[in-house]
Design a protein around this ligand. Structure first.
Ligand code: HAM
Length: 409
Protein backbone atom coordinates (compact mmCIF):
# COMPACT_ATOMS: atom_id res chain seq x y z
CA UNK A 1 0.00 0.00 0.00
CA UNK A 2 1.40 3.42 -0.86
CA UNK A 3 1.97 5.73 2.10
CA UNK A 4 -0.20 8.83 2.46
CA UNK A 5 1.68 11.99 1.54
CA UNK A 6 1.44 15.54 2.79
CA UNK A 7 -0.47 18.18 0.82
CA UNK A 8 1.39 20.16 -1.86
CA UNK A 9 2.74 23.42 -0.45
CA UNK A 10 2.60 22.16 3.15
CA UNK A 11 5.69 21.07 5.08
CA UNK A 12 6.70 18.97 8.05
CA UNK A 13 9.24 20.50 10.40
CA UNK A 14 11.52 17.90 11.96
CA UNK A 15 13.61 18.85 15.03
CA UNK A 16 16.46 20.48 13.10
CA UNK A 17 14.11 22.86 11.24
CA UNK A 18 11.72 23.28 14.14
CA UNK A 19 14.71 24.46 16.21
CA UNK A 20 15.10 27.49 13.91
CA UNK A 21 11.43 28.34 14.37
CA UNK A 22 11.64 27.95 18.14
CA UNK A 23 14.72 30.18 18.18
CA UNK A 24 12.94 32.89 16.13
CA UNK A 25 9.95 32.76 18.46
CA UNK A 26 12.18 33.07 21.52
CA UNK A 27 14.01 36.07 20.01
CA UNK A 28 10.70 37.70 19.04
CA UNK A 29 9.33 37.22 22.56
CA UNK A 30 12.49 38.78 24.04
CA UNK A 31 12.68 41.75 21.65
CA UNK A 32 8.95 42.49 21.47
CA UNK A 33 8.71 42.17 25.25
CA UNK A 34 11.24 45.01 25.56
CA UNK A 35 8.87 47.19 23.53
CA UNK A 36 5.91 46.38 25.77
CA UNK A 37 4.16 43.95 23.41
CA UNK A 38 2.14 41.04 24.81
CA UNK A 39 1.36 37.74 23.12
CA UNK A 40 -2.07 37.04 21.64
CA UNK A 41 -3.09 33.68 20.17
CA UNK A 42 -6.05 33.75 17.82
CA UNK A 43 -7.82 30.88 16.01
CA UNK A 44 -6.63 29.76 12.57
CA UNK A 45 -10.24 29.69 11.34
CA UNK A 46 -12.32 32.85 11.06
CA UNK A 47 -15.51 33.87 9.31
CA UNK A 48 -14.79 34.49 5.61
CA UNK A 49 -16.33 37.97 5.76
CA UNK A 50 -13.58 39.11 8.16
CA UNK A 51 -10.95 38.74 5.43
CA UNK A 52 -13.19 39.79 2.55
CA UNK A 53 -13.96 43.02 4.38
CA UNK A 54 -10.57 43.58 6.01
CA UNK A 55 -8.11 42.65 3.28
CA UNK A 56 -10.29 43.68 0.31
CA UNK A 57 -12.23 41.70 -2.31
CA UNK A 58 -9.99 42.87 -5.14
CA UNK A 59 -6.72 41.58 -3.69
CA UNK A 60 -5.07 38.35 -4.88
CA UNK A 61 -5.21 37.06 -1.30
CA UNK A 62 -9.01 37.28 -1.07
CA UNK A 63 -9.83 36.81 -4.76
CA UNK A 64 -7.63 33.80 -5.50
CA UNK A 65 -5.76 32.45 -2.53
CA UNK A 66 -8.03 31.74 0.41
CA UNK A 67 -8.82 28.29 1.75
CA UNK A 68 -12.55 28.80 2.17
CA UNK A 69 -15.16 26.15 2.93
CA UNK A 70 -18.65 25.77 4.31
CA UNK A 71 -18.78 23.99 7.67
CA UNK A 72 -21.46 21.54 8.83
CA UNK A 73 -23.50 24.46 10.19
CA UNK A 74 -23.52 26.11 6.74
CA UNK A 75 -21.13 28.93 7.74
CA UNK A 76 -18.50 30.15 5.31
CA UNK A 77 -15.15 29.85 7.11
CA UNK A 78 -11.61 30.62 5.98
CA UNK A 79 -8.20 29.48 7.15
CA UNK A 80 -6.46 32.74 7.99
CA UNK A 81 -4.27 34.01 5.13
CA UNK A 82 -2.66 36.57 7.47
CA UNK A 83 -2.89 37.56 11.13
CA UNK A 84 -3.84 41.26 11.20
CA UNK A 85 -7.58 40.88 10.56
CA UNK A 86 -7.90 38.17 13.25
CA UNK A 87 -5.87 40.17 15.79
CA UNK A 88 -8.12 43.19 15.24
CA UNK A 89 -11.25 41.05 15.43
CA UNK A 90 -10.07 39.63 18.76
CA UNK A 91 -9.05 43.01 20.20
CA UNK A 92 -12.35 44.62 19.12
CA UNK A 93 -14.35 41.71 20.52
CA UNK A 94 -12.49 41.93 23.85
CA UNK A 95 -12.98 45.72 23.97
CA UNK A 96 -9.24 46.22 24.39
CA UNK A 97 -8.74 49.01 21.83
CA UNK A 98 -9.00 52.58 23.06
CA UNK A 99 -8.24 55.48 20.72
CA UNK A 100 -5.29 57.41 22.10
CA UNK A 101 -3.95 54.53 24.21
CA UNK A 102 -1.50 52.09 22.65
CA UNK A 103 -2.40 48.39 22.67
CA UNK A 104 0.58 46.28 21.63
CA UNK A 105 0.10 42.67 20.56
CA UNK A 106 2.18 40.06 18.81
CA UNK A 107 1.27 36.64 17.50
CA UNK A 108 2.95 33.70 15.78
CA UNK A 109 1.53 30.89 13.77
CA UNK A 110 0.58 29.21 10.52
CA UNK A 111 -1.15 31.14 7.70
CA UNK A 112 -2.67 29.66 4.56
CA UNK A 113 -2.64 30.96 1.00
CA UNK A 114 -3.39 28.94 -2.10
CA UNK A 115 -0.41 30.24 -4.06
CA UNK A 116 1.82 28.42 -6.55
CA UNK A 117 4.42 26.78 -4.30
CA UNK A 118 8.09 27.46 -4.97
CA UNK A 119 11.22 28.12 -2.95
CA UNK A 120 10.19 30.45 -0.13
CA UNK A 121 6.50 30.30 -1.08
CA UNK A 122 4.29 27.80 0.70
CA UNK A 123 0.56 27.24 0.99
CA UNK A 124 0.97 26.84 4.73
CA UNK A 125 3.62 29.23 5.98
CA UNK A 126 4.33 30.86 9.33
CA UNK A 127 4.38 34.48 10.36
CA UNK A 128 5.64 36.45 13.32
CA UNK A 129 3.23 39.35 13.50
CA UNK A 130 3.07 42.53 15.60
CA UNK A 131 0.32 45.16 15.81
CA UNK A 132 0.27 48.52 17.64
CA UNK A 133 -3.30 49.76 17.94
CA UNK A 134 -4.69 53.12 19.03
CA UNK A 135 -1.78 55.49 18.21
CA UNK A 136 -1.94 57.80 15.17
CA UNK A 137 1.50 59.36 15.74
CA UNK A 138 4.37 58.87 13.26
CA UNK A 139 6.52 57.90 16.26
CA UNK A 140 4.43 54.72 16.58
CA UNK A 141 5.31 53.77 12.98
CA UNK A 142 8.97 54.35 13.73
CA UNK A 143 8.93 52.33 16.92
CA UNK A 144 7.36 49.41 15.07
CA UNK A 145 9.97 49.66 12.29
CA UNK A 146 12.82 49.84 14.81
CA UNK A 147 11.41 46.85 16.69
CA UNK A 148 11.38 44.89 13.43
CA UNK A 149 14.99 45.88 12.76
CA UNK A 150 16.01 44.87 16.32
CA UNK A 151 14.30 41.52 15.89
CA UNK A 152 15.94 40.81 12.52
CA UNK A 153 19.38 41.73 13.84
CA UNK A 154 18.83 39.53 16.91
CA UNK A 155 18.68 36.63 14.41
CA UNK A 156 22.07 37.63 13.01
CA UNK A 157 20.63 38.28 9.57
CA UNK A 158 22.55 40.95 7.69
CA UNK A 159 22.26 42.51 4.24
CA UNK A 160 18.56 43.22 4.40
CA UNK A 161 17.06 46.24 2.64
CA UNK A 162 14.30 48.32 4.18
CA UNK A 163 11.97 49.97 1.67
CA UNK A 164 9.56 52.69 2.75
CA UNK A 165 6.63 54.45 1.12
CA UNK A 166 3.49 56.36 2.04
CA UNK A 167 0.19 55.36 0.45
CA UNK A 168 -1.71 58.47 1.51
CA UNK A 169 -5.10 58.44 3.20
CA UNK A 170 -8.81 58.64 2.42
CA UNK A 171 -8.32 62.34 1.64
CA UNK A 172 -5.53 62.17 -0.89
CA UNK A 173 -5.67 58.61 -2.22
CA UNK A 174 -8.72 59.27 -4.47
CA UNK A 175 -6.79 62.02 -6.31
CA UNK A 176 -3.87 59.70 -6.78
CA UNK A 177 -6.12 56.89 -7.98
CA UNK A 178 -7.68 59.24 -10.50
CA UNK A 179 -4.22 60.32 -11.72
CA UNK A 180 -3.20 56.68 -12.10
CA UNK A 181 -6.35 55.71 -13.98
CA UNK A 182 -5.89 58.68 -16.31
CA UNK A 183 -2.29 57.60 -16.88
CA UNK A 184 -3.30 54.01 -17.72
CA UNK A 185 -6.13 55.18 -20.00
CA UNK A 186 -3.74 57.36 -21.96
CA UNK A 187 -1.41 54.40 -22.44
CA UNK A 188 -1.88 51.45 -24.71
CA UNK A 189 -3.72 49.70 -21.90
CA UNK A 190 -4.59 46.71 -24.11
CA UNK A 191 -1.03 45.59 -23.29
CA UNK A 192 -1.92 45.21 -19.60
CA UNK A 193 -2.69 41.70 -18.32
CA UNK A 194 -6.37 40.72 -18.00
CA UNK A 195 -6.36 41.33 -14.21
CA UNK A 196 -4.85 44.80 -14.63
CA UNK A 197 -7.31 45.81 -17.36
CA UNK A 198 -9.95 45.39 -14.68
CA UNK A 199 -7.82 46.73 -11.82
CA UNK A 200 -6.96 49.99 -13.62
CA UNK A 201 -10.59 50.97 -12.95
CA UNK A 202 -11.42 49.07 -9.75
CA UNK A 203 -8.12 49.35 -7.88
CA UNK A 204 -5.39 51.03 -9.96
CA UNK A 205 -2.79 50.86 -7.16
CA UNK A 206 -2.80 47.08 -7.60
CA UNK A 207 -1.48 47.55 -11.15
CA UNK A 208 1.71 49.02 -9.65
CA UNK A 209 2.19 45.75 -7.77
CA UNK A 210 1.61 43.42 -10.74
CA UNK A 211 4.42 40.96 -11.42
CA UNK A 212 3.58 40.48 -15.14
CA UNK A 213 6.55 41.93 -17.13
CA UNK A 214 4.33 43.83 -19.64
CA UNK A 215 2.51 45.54 -16.75
CA UNK A 216 5.77 46.29 -14.97
CA UNK A 217 7.07 48.02 -18.10
CA UNK A 218 3.89 50.05 -18.49
CA UNK A 219 3.90 51.34 -14.93
CA UNK A 220 7.53 52.44 -15.06
CA UNK A 221 6.62 56.11 -15.59
CA UNK A 222 3.33 56.11 -13.69
CA UNK A 223 2.71 59.07 -11.35
CA UNK A 224 4.22 58.59 -7.90
CA UNK A 225 2.05 58.74 -4.79
CA UNK A 226 4.62 60.97 -3.12
CA UNK A 227 3.61 63.82 -5.46
CA UNK A 228 -0.06 63.48 -4.47
CA UNK A 229 0.06 63.27 -0.66
CA UNK A 230 -2.12 65.72 1.27
CA UNK A 231 -0.51 68.02 3.83
CA UNK A 232 -1.28 65.69 6.74
CA UNK A 233 0.18 62.61 5.03
CA UNK A 234 3.24 64.54 3.82
CA UNK A 235 3.95 65.82 7.34
CA UNK A 236 3.39 62.34 8.82
CA UNK A 237 5.75 60.67 6.36
CA UNK A 238 8.40 63.39 6.70
CA UNK A 239 8.34 62.89 10.47
CA UNK A 240 8.69 59.10 10.02
CA UNK A 241 11.66 59.55 7.68
CA UNK A 242 13.34 62.11 9.87
CA UNK A 243 13.07 59.91 12.96
CA UNK A 244 14.27 56.71 11.22
CA UNK A 245 17.20 58.79 9.92
CA UNK A 246 18.00 59.93 13.45
CA UNK A 247 17.80 56.31 14.64
CA UNK A 248 20.40 55.41 12.00
CA UNK A 249 18.24 52.99 9.99
CA UNK A 250 19.32 52.61 6.37
CA UNK A 251 16.39 52.47 3.94
CA UNK A 252 15.37 53.29 0.39
CA UNK A 253 12.23 55.11 -0.67
CA UNK A 254 10.14 52.99 -3.04
CA UNK A 255 7.17 54.88 -4.52
CA UNK A 256 5.98 51.61 -6.15
CA UNK A 257 5.59 49.82 -2.81
CA UNK A 258 1.81 49.35 -2.56
CA UNK A 259 1.70 46.00 -0.66
CA UNK A 260 -0.72 43.20 -1.51
CA UNK A 261 -3.48 43.99 0.99
CA UNK A 262 -5.97 46.85 0.68
CA UNK A 263 -6.01 48.08 4.26
CA UNK A 264 -2.85 50.18 4.22
CA UNK A 265 -2.79 53.94 4.61
CA UNK A 266 0.16 56.26 5.00
CA UNK A 267 3.42 54.49 5.98
CA UNK A 268 4.16 51.13 4.35
CA UNK A 269 7.40 49.17 4.45
CA UNK A 270 8.97 45.95 3.29
CA UNK A 271 12.20 44.20 4.14
CA UNK A 272 13.84 42.23 1.35
CA UNK A 273 16.86 39.99 0.92
CA UNK A 274 18.66 39.14 -2.29
CA UNK A 275 19.82 35.81 -0.86
CA UNK A 276 16.68 33.65 -0.97
CA UNK A 277 15.69 33.44 -4.63
CA UNK A 278 12.78 35.22 -6.28
CA UNK A 279 10.60 35.49 -3.14
CA UNK A 280 12.61 38.31 -1.67
CA UNK A 281 10.26 39.84 0.93
CA UNK A 282 11.04 38.61 4.42
CA UNK A 283 8.77 41.09 6.19
CA UNK A 284 6.18 43.69 5.35
CA UNK A 285 3.80 46.00 7.08
CA UNK A 286 2.50 49.48 7.56
CA UNK A 287 -0.22 51.69 8.93
CA UNK A 288 -3.87 50.75 8.49
CA UNK A 289 -5.90 53.62 9.97
CA UNK A 290 -9.61 52.96 9.37
CA UNK A 291 -9.40 49.16 9.49
CA UNK A 292 -10.44 48.83 13.14
CA UNK A 293 -13.55 50.89 12.42
CA UNK A 294 -14.24 48.99 9.18
CA UNK A 295 -14.29 45.78 11.25
CA UNK A 296 -16.81 47.25 13.69
CA UNK A 297 -14.44 48.66 16.33
CA UNK A 298 -13.78 52.20 17.60
CA UNK A 299 -12.15 54.84 15.39
CA UNK A 300 -8.64 53.76 16.36
CA UNK A 301 -5.63 53.65 14.04
CA UNK A 302 -3.07 50.87 13.83
CA UNK A 303 0.34 49.95 12.50
CA UNK A 304 2.14 46.61 12.34
CA UNK A 305 4.15 44.08 10.38
CA UNK A 306 4.57 40.38 9.70
CA UNK A 307 7.74 38.38 9.00
CA UNK A 308 7.74 35.16 7.00
CA UNK A 309 9.39 32.54 9.18
CA UNK A 310 10.27 30.12 6.35
CA UNK A 311 12.11 32.91 4.55
CA UNK A 312 13.92 34.04 7.71
CA UNK A 313 14.91 30.42 8.40
CA UNK A 314 16.64 30.30 5.01
CA UNK A 315 18.75 33.33 5.98
CA UNK A 316 19.57 32.33 9.54
CA UNK A 317 22.34 30.12 10.73
CA UNK A 318 20.80 27.00 12.21
CA UNK A 319 20.97 27.08 16.00
CA UNK A 320 23.27 24.38 17.36
CA UNK A 321 21.42 21.34 18.66
CA UNK A 322 21.91 20.97 22.44
CA UNK A 323 24.32 18.13 23.33
CA UNK A 324 22.91 15.33 25.50
CA UNK A 325 24.52 15.10 28.94
CA UNK A 326 24.58 11.31 28.85
CA UNK A 327 24.07 8.14 26.89
CA UNK A 328 23.27 5.15 29.06
CA UNK A 329 24.66 2.02 27.40
CA UNK A 330 23.66 -1.50 28.38
CA UNK A 331 25.95 -4.39 27.50
CA UNK A 332 24.28 -7.09 29.64
CA UNK A 333 20.61 -7.97 29.04
CA UNK A 334 19.92 -8.24 32.78
CA UNK A 335 20.75 -4.55 33.25
CA UNK A 336 18.09 -2.96 31.01
CA UNK A 337 15.58 -2.22 33.79
CA UNK A 338 18.31 -0.90 36.11
CA UNK A 339 19.51 1.36 33.30
CA UNK A 340 16.04 2.79 32.63
CA UNK A 341 15.64 3.54 36.35
CA UNK A 342 19.09 5.17 36.52
CA UNK A 343 18.33 7.32 33.44
CA UNK A 344 15.09 8.39 35.13
CA UNK A 345 17.05 9.51 38.21
CA UNK A 346 19.58 11.41 36.08
CA UNK A 347 16.77 13.25 34.26
CA UNK A 348 15.18 14.16 37.59
CA UNK A 349 18.51 15.80 38.44
CA UNK A 350 18.11 17.92 35.31
CA UNK A 351 20.37 15.94 32.96
CA UNK A 352 19.28 15.08 29.42
CA UNK A 353 20.06 11.86 27.62
CA UNK A 354 19.06 8.58 26.04
CA UNK A 355 19.08 5.05 27.37
CA UNK A 356 19.27 1.65 25.69
CA UNK A 357 16.23 -0.65 25.75
CA UNK A 358 18.33 -3.71 24.96
CA UNK A 359 21.90 -4.92 25.37
CA UNK A 360 24.55 -4.52 22.67
CA UNK A 361 28.30 -4.54 22.18
CA UNK A 362 30.42 -1.94 23.96
CA UNK A 363 31.93 -0.85 20.64
CA UNK A 364 28.58 -0.09 18.96
CA UNK A 365 27.29 1.68 22.08
CA UNK A 366 30.33 3.94 22.38
CA UNK A 367 30.09 4.70 18.67
CA UNK A 368 26.46 5.76 19.19
CA UNK A 369 27.37 7.92 22.22
CA UNK A 370 29.97 9.65 20.02
CA UNK A 371 27.52 10.11 17.16
CA UNK A 372 24.92 11.86 19.33
CA UNK A 373 27.76 13.89 20.94
CA UNK A 374 26.86 12.79 24.48
CA UNK A 375 29.12 14.39 27.09
CA UNK A 376 29.28 11.20 29.16
CA UNK A 377 28.59 7.56 28.46
CA UNK A 378 27.21 5.58 31.41
CA UNK A 379 27.76 1.86 30.97
CA UNK A 380 26.15 -1.05 32.77
CA UNK A 381 27.60 -4.41 31.72
CA UNK A 382 27.75 -7.80 33.51
CA UNK A 383 30.51 -6.70 35.88
CA UNK A 384 28.79 -3.46 36.86
CA UNK A 385 25.43 -5.20 37.21
CA UNK A 386 26.83 -7.84 39.58
CA UNK A 387 28.61 -5.19 41.67
CA UNK A 388 25.64 -2.73 41.74
CA UNK A 389 27.75 -0.15 39.92
CA UNK A 390 27.88 1.94 36.75
CA UNK A 391 30.91 2.98 34.72
CA UNK A 392 30.94 6.65 33.73
CA UNK A 393 33.14 7.55 30.77
CA UNK A 394 33.87 11.19 30.03
CA UNK A 395 33.59 11.30 26.23
CA UNK A 396 35.89 14.33 25.90
CA UNK A 397 38.65 13.48 28.39
CA UNK A 398 38.38 9.71 27.91
CA UNK A 399 38.63 9.13 31.69
CA UNK A 400 36.35 6.62 33.28
CA UNK A 401 35.28 5.95 36.85
CA UNK A 402 33.01 3.45 38.56
CA UNK A 403 30.21 4.72 40.81
CA UNK A 404 27.80 2.84 43.06
CA UNK A 405 24.27 2.88 41.69
CA UNK A 406 23.09 3.73 45.21
CA UNK A 407 24.84 7.10 44.88
CA UNK A 408 22.03 8.23 42.56
CA UNK A 409 19.18 7.43 44.97
P1 HAM B 1 2.32 40.11 3.72
O1 HAM B 1 3.30 41.00 3.02
O2 HAM B 1 1.21 39.54 2.92
O3 HAM B 1 1.77 40.99 4.92
O4 HAM B 1 3.11 38.93 4.42
C1 HAM B 1 4.20 39.17 5.30
C2 HAM B 1 5.33 38.21 5.04
O5 HAM B 1 4.84 36.86 5.09
C3 HAM B 1 5.95 38.31 3.66
O6 HAM B 1 6.90 39.35 3.61
C4 HAM B 1 6.59 36.95 3.51
O7 HAM B 1 7.85 36.92 4.16
C5 HAM B 1 5.63 36.04 4.25
N1 HAM B 1 4.77 35.32 3.29
C6 HAM B 1 3.64 35.76 2.69
N2 HAM B 1 3.13 34.81 1.89
C7 HAM B 1 3.94 33.74 1.98
C8 HAM B 1 3.95 32.41 1.41
N3 HAM B 1 2.99 32.01 0.58
N4 HAM B 1 4.96 31.57 1.74
C9 HAM B 1 5.93 31.97 2.60
N5 HAM B 1 5.98 33.18 3.18
C10 HAM B 1 5.00 34.06 2.88
C11 HAM B 1 0.82 40.54 5.80
O8 HAM B 1 0.47 39.40 5.91
C12 HAM B 1 0.32 41.65 6.71
N6 HAM B 1 -0.73 41.08 7.57
C13 HAM B 1 1.44 42.25 7.53
C14 HAM B 1 0.98 43.32 8.46
C15 HAM B 1 0.80 43.19 9.80
N7 HAM B 1 0.67 44.55 8.13
C16 HAM B 1 0.27 45.21 9.21
N8 HAM B 1 0.34 44.37 10.23
Amino acid sequence: MSAIQKIKGFADLFPEDAASFTHMEAQARAVFGRYGFGELRTPVLERTELFAKGIGEDTDVVGKEMYTFTDRGDRSLTLRPEATAGVLRAAIEAGSIEPGRATRLYTFGPMFRYERPQKGRMRQFHQINAELLGSPEPQADVEVILMLEDFLSSLGIGELSFELNSLGCRECRPNYRAALTAYFEALDHEKLCEDCKRRMHTNPLRVLDCKVPACKALVADAPAIGDHLCGGCRAHFDEVLSLVDKAGLKYTLNPRLVRGLDYYQRTTFEVTSGAIGSQTAVAGGGRYDGLVQLLGGPDAPGVGFACGMERLAMLMEKPEAPRPDFFLAVTDARAVDAAILLAHKLRRRGLAGECDYNAGSMKSRLRHAGRIKARKCYIIGAEEFDAGQVTVKDMEEGEQIKLDMAAFD
